[in-house]
Design a protein around this ligand. Structure first.
Ligand code: C2E
Ligand code: MG
Ligand code: MG
Ligand code: MG
Length: 284
């Protein structure tokens, strides 16, 4: 008994774990200063209409230029922000910056019809989330009907709350997409009862296409279901031409992925907008 406790204690306080929690603490401290130090940047990934290959929107993806670690992707720091209250400040920065950039593009004459912004479920729990979002829309002038909030499936666990929240978001005029669809544990019937515009098929189901029978069936089923419910579908993580063609044939409306473009700084999007204006596809 004592021996096994000793062993447990040894595990709990291993130097490795101590180092990891110190790392986390440092990241949390760094992140709390990242906004004012201007270390954050939004990258944008083109969203492509699969039937034409043309640009139909962009998704904003957060990056952190960390002094020592270089360019960091959100999986390394969003969870840390979510564990503290930092996510609220971070989320406001993301939303304001995305809408400002979107408004710049519109004023430059670029046909931005969909600006997708990821919102953490934690952020949505703030009691004044709707007011804050309204404030940012008013302040930046970005048209709400061109803004799409991407929320993961876990939001659907609390059905009543999400119904109220989503209804209020729809009143604001924004679109709602369920991100990483298929990875969570939401019941499919919930899709019908919530005012959702779109689902995004997680890239773990897209990448094995078109040779893995199971993934093919899954994508086919998701698309049939979505279309029966009048939802549109975006496929994430398209890297190969055959994945593109497979999804296109299934009637999947939109797609994103390295085949078309990686996420990139806002300035690099100008070329893509010019192509769109001239009716040229992003790919091929
Ligand atoms: P997500 O919203 O599902 O975004 C898609 C992720 O897949 C992005 O990773 C993107 O860079 C990556 N991706 C796109 N195409 C491909 C491809 O063809 N192959 C592969 N292997 N990957 C591809 P990223 O930028 O690292 O973001 C990861 C996640 O972090 C996002 O997943 C989103 O859940 C979260 N996130 C990103 N930005 C924000 C933000 O501003 N706020 C919040 N709350 N979460 C964010
Ligand atoms: Mg997303
Ligand atoms: Mg996703
Ligand atoms: Mg994802």
């Amino acid at each position: 008994e004592a021996k096994s406790q000793g062993r447990n204690r040894c595990l709990l306080y291993s130097p490795d774990m101590a180092r990891r929690s110190l790392d986390k603490l440092k990241l949390e401290q760094g992140l709390s200063q990242a906004i004012q130090r201007q270390e954050l940047e939004l990258f944008f990934q083109p969203i492509i209409a699969l039937h034409s290959g043309q640009l139909c929107g962009v998704e904003a993806l957060l990056r952190w230029h960390h002094g020592e670690r270089g360019l960091m992707t959100p999986d390394k720091f969003i969870p840390i922000a979510e564990e503290s209250d930092l996510i609220d400040r971070l989320g406001r920065w993301v939303m304001r910056t995305a809408c400002q950039q979107g408004q710049h593009w519109l004023q430059a004459g670029f046909p931005l019809t969909r600006l997708a912004v990821n919102v953490s479920v934690r952020e949505l729990r703030a009691s004044d989330y709707i007011e804050q979002l309204q404030g940012i829309l008013d302040e930046t002038g970005f048209p709400p009907e061109r803004l799409e909030l991407e929320v993961t499936e876990s939001i659907m666990q609390q059905v009543d709350q999400s119904l109220t929240l989503f209804s209020r978001l729809k009143q604001l005029g924004v679109m709602i997409a369920i991100d990483d669809f298929g990875t969570g544990f939401s019941s499919l019937s919930l899709l019908k009862s919530l005012p959702i515009d779109r689902i995004k098929i997680d890239r773990s189901f897209v990448q094995p296409l078109p040779h893995d029978r199971h993934s093919c069936e899954l994508c086919r089923t998701i698309l049939t279901l979505a279309h029966n419910l009048d939802l549109t579908v975006t496929a994430e993580g398209i890297e190969q031409e055959e994945q593109y063609h497979f999804l296109q044939q299934l009637g999947c409306e939109d797609g994103q992925g390295y085949l078309f473009s990686k996420p990139q700084p806002a300035a690099n999007m100008t070329d893509q907008w010019d192509r769109r204006i001239h009716g040229s596809p992003v790919y091929p």
